[in-house]
Design a protein around this ligand. Structure first.
Ligand code: ATP
Ligand code: MG
Length: 742
């Protein structure tokens, strides 16, 4: 029975080619030599066999991945799997490794890819079709001290004793030369290149590539590859097209899992000069060519026969993996995605105070201590460190790091009242992770950020995420469908996506679909999506889920507590960084005032900055001074004594209680909007506690319209009676400050 696929609206059926080659009764798996892809619309049948190169579905329909088919098997659940070796386009190669190539790379070139973290076990339905690749010659490597390929080979051979490949590898990887150069030989003439390679062989005692010699080459190339590994470069770049001789080398390269550069046949046309060079090489290397055709197993010829006839030139014929190598590369079929552990333990900044990178260019020097303090205290200034958030930083870092290493998805829900450093801490975590990925300590990942405050409508979140991820611009409904599909389908080579959703509270919709999807996508088996959701409300997930099962989502939670006065003191001192602009008592006063109200670092910094401004103004009149208690008190009064605060202070008892009830409802709901009915419930409870008679419904409606007329509240225009929606037109801090001493 075949599997249906609806690629490009046409039915594609995948069925095995031939009978099983072998079966494992215990695992209930069967291996096959080929797969038939039948397209119902075009009525074509394509047979792909082991060893052939294939195109695999990518994130983008126009950019399929390239791989070589190593194994085909059916598991116990009768699902069809393929085990592949990935080849990367230059765009998939990390920029720091691209630099090592030191040459222009055509978009058609692909590189043997040993980057850990990609699944090599894929569903056959992701295979689009077979493709042809042509191999190019291995590169010439030149070390800092003139060490070239030959000398590396010699060095490795002399180190090697009786097949102790691993010890050779280790000895080769230990010293870490920094400036190994990889030189392209594109310009070299074919004949000189052939001669050079011939002389390299002679230097290694390789006269004719016999099986034994292959073994020698095998270990030598392995050592060379590991030398590359020592430079954290998993590519082996190849200089130019070079006929049959290259084929032999390529055969060996594949055999030993070395690295080759291949060209996609789909996109290239082989130029006459290359073909001429090929002819030349063919003549010169006729003996090795005849051997190469011998070395390609009879099985390969057999494959050629059974396949749908395809015209293959010798150059473009896909290289079949020799039997022995196939054995070594056969993966034990497993249904669970394979995790490739990273070499060594990841270097995470344990117990480190998160730091923020320094500026490249020095800013204009501030004229006075007070001016410097004012600039340092601005909320938009990037602090050098985030004191008092070390634990939270470490927990978030560990969460994302472990998911990245496992190649899985997950969601962390981060909540806390405003100004508790949620955004600042998450940004710092991402910066450290990006740095670790750049240094190859972690697998590379896509980073996206969406802010509920910046979206015109919650559904725009879908549009923005899709655009950031794939560059596609579509409507919100379509984007939601595409994203759900993307996170639900296996994307074996897809990088993990780290998505930060800030101000999540604002993505509130009537059906809660946006928030629900954000919590749901990371739980999908193939999502490879890590979400860091930041919100002010603690129990938002529970309220979104309502009748959906919240526990299924397995959210990891983190709550940022309001800062205590000591922490706020530490934050201000660390921001000032030894700039002696404040009296110690003045800092303590601000910290205590803010900690008693909200524990909001933003508010604390604002007051300090305003106090500095007042002090600067005073200094202009007389002798220069530093910020004292008087300046801070003036700043606090100024900040909180707005006409609004005065209006609240002079309001009636029921009006004040109505405002208290609004604060209580906002805190309960986590949304800064409520109906009069919801507020009324709180007000009645408050009056009961105070032992005073509660207002009637019509009195509450009158209170509401009076506060609305004073612009302390924003009241909905329509007359919905108790269903009327209200919002505060002043900050919650101001209301609390005004009502505090009552
Ligand atoms: P909101 O919920 O309103 O988005 P938030 O919790 O995301 O608030 P941030 O934006 O991270 O708060 O922080 C507010 C301001 O306070 C920023 O300028 C930030 O630099 C500063 N800040 C917060 N915590 C610290 C800290 N531990 N050290 C230094 N500065 C801090
Ligand atoms: Mg924030």
């Amino acid at each position: 029975m075949g599997i249906m696929n609806t690629r490009q609206q046409s039915k594609v059926i995948y069925s095995w080619y031939g009978k099983p080659m072998s079966s494992d009764r215990k695992l209930r798996t069967s291996k096959y030599r080929g797969i038939l892809i039948t397209s119902e619309s075009s009525r074509t049948e394509n047979c792909i066999q082991l060893g052939e190169f294939i195109l695999v579905e990518g994130e983008n329909a126009d950019e399929p991945f390239v791989a070589q088919l190593l194994d085909l098997y059916e598991d116990g659940a009768q699902e069809k799997h393929a085990v592949v070796q990935w080849f990367s386009h230059i765009t998939e190669v990390p920029p720091n490794k691209r630099k090592l190539l030191k040459r222009e790379v055509s978009p058609q070139e692909v590189f043997f890819d040993q980057v850990p973290g990609f699944d090599t076990d894929i569903a056959v339905e992701t295979i689009i079709k077979s493709t042809m690749v042509c191999t190019a010659a291995p590169l010439h490597v030149e070390g800092r001290n003139g060490t070239n390929l030959k000398s590396i080979i010699e060095q490795c051979s002399s180190n090697k004793k009786g097949g102790e490949t691993e010890s050779v590898v280790q000895s080769a990887t230990k010293p870490k030369p920094v400036e190994l150069q990889i030189e392209s030989k594109h310009s070299a003439s074919k004949s000189s290149l052939a001669k050079e390679r011939h002389s390299q062989r002679v230097a290694n005692g390789i006269k004719t590539p016999t099986a034994r010699k292959k073994l020698q080459l095998n270990s030598t190339y392995m050592a060379i590859f590991c030398l590359f590994g020592s430079f954290e470069c998993n590519m082996f770049c190849v200089s130019s097209f070079c006929g049959v001789q290259t084929m032999v080398i390529f055969n060996i390269s594949i055999f030993i899992h070395s690295v080759v550069c291949v060209y996609l046949k789909l996109f290239i046309s082989v130029s006459h000069s290359i073909l001429n060079a090929l002819e030349f090489n063919k003549e010169e290397e006729s003996s090795s060519s005849s051997h190469s055709s011998c070395s390609s197993s009879s099985e390969e010829e057999e494959n050629d026969e059974i396949c749908t006839p395809k015209k293959k030139t010798k150059l473009s014929r896909p290289v079949s993996t020799p039997k022995s190598s196939r054995k070594s590369s056969v993966h034990t079929p497993a249904r669970t995605p394979k995790k490739t552990p990273l070499p060594g333990t990841p270097k995470t900044p344990r117990n480190a105070t998160p730091e923020i990178p320094r500026r490249k260019h020095a800013t204009q020097k501030p004229a006075s201590v007070l001016e410097e303090a004012r600039l340092r205290l601005h909320v938009s200034a990037v602090p050098e460190s985030l004191p008092c958030r070390e634990e939270e930083f470490q927990d978030i870092y560990n969460f994302v790091e472990s998911k990245l290493i496992d190649g899985t998805g997950g969601c962390m829900y981060i909540s806390g009242v405003p100004g508790t450093g949620k955004t600042a801490t998450v940004r710092e975590v991402i910066r450290c992770l990006q740095q670790a990925a750049e240094n190859d300590e972690l697998p590379a990942f896509h980073f996206l950020e969406v802010n509920g405050m910046k979206l015109t409508d919650p559904h725009q979140a879908y549009v923005q995420i899709l655009e950031l991820l794939t560059g596609q611009k579509v409507t919100a409904t379509h984007a939601a469908v595409l994203l759900a599909k993307l996170f639900n389908t296996p994307g074996p080579k897809r990088k993990t996506t780290v998505l930060v959703v800030d101000e999540l509270d604002l993505l509130w919709t009537r059906k809660q679909n946006v928030m629900y999807n954000l919590f749901d996508w990371p739980t999908q088996k193939h999502s490879k999506l890590i979400i860091l959701a930041i919100a002010n409300t603690m129990d938002l997930p529970e309220r979104i889920m309502m009748n959906r099962v919240a526990s299924r989502l397995g959210l990891t939670r983190m709550s940022f507590q309001p800062y205590t006065y000591k922490q706020l003191q530490q934050i201000i001192s660390s921001r000032l960084n030894n700039v002696k602009a404040f009296e110690e008592d003045a800092i303590q006063l601000v910290s205590r005032k803010v900690a008693a109200l909200s524990g909001d670092a933003r508010r604390c910094l604002d007051i300090c900055r305003r106090a500095t401004e007042i002090c600067e103004f005073d200094s202009q009149k007389g002798a220069p001074e530093i910020v004292r208690m008087a300046h801070v008190t003036e700043a606090i009064d100024e900040m909180f004594s707005s006409p609004y605060v005065n209006a609240i202070r002079n309001a009636s008892l029921h009006e004040k209680n109505f405002l208290r009830a609004i604060l209580a409802e906002f805190r309960r709901a986590g949304v800064e909007e409520a109906t009069v009915q919801q507020v009324y419930h709180h007000q009645v409870a408050l009056c009961r506690m105070e032992g005073i008679p509660g207002p009637t419904v019509s009195e509450v409606m009158a209170i509401c319209s009076r506060l609305g007329a004073h612009r302390l509240l924003l009241v909905e225009a329509s007359a919905k009676y108790l269903e009327l929606r209200v919002r505060l037109n002043v900050s919650q801090d101001d209301v609390m400050y005004a009502l505090k001493d009552e």
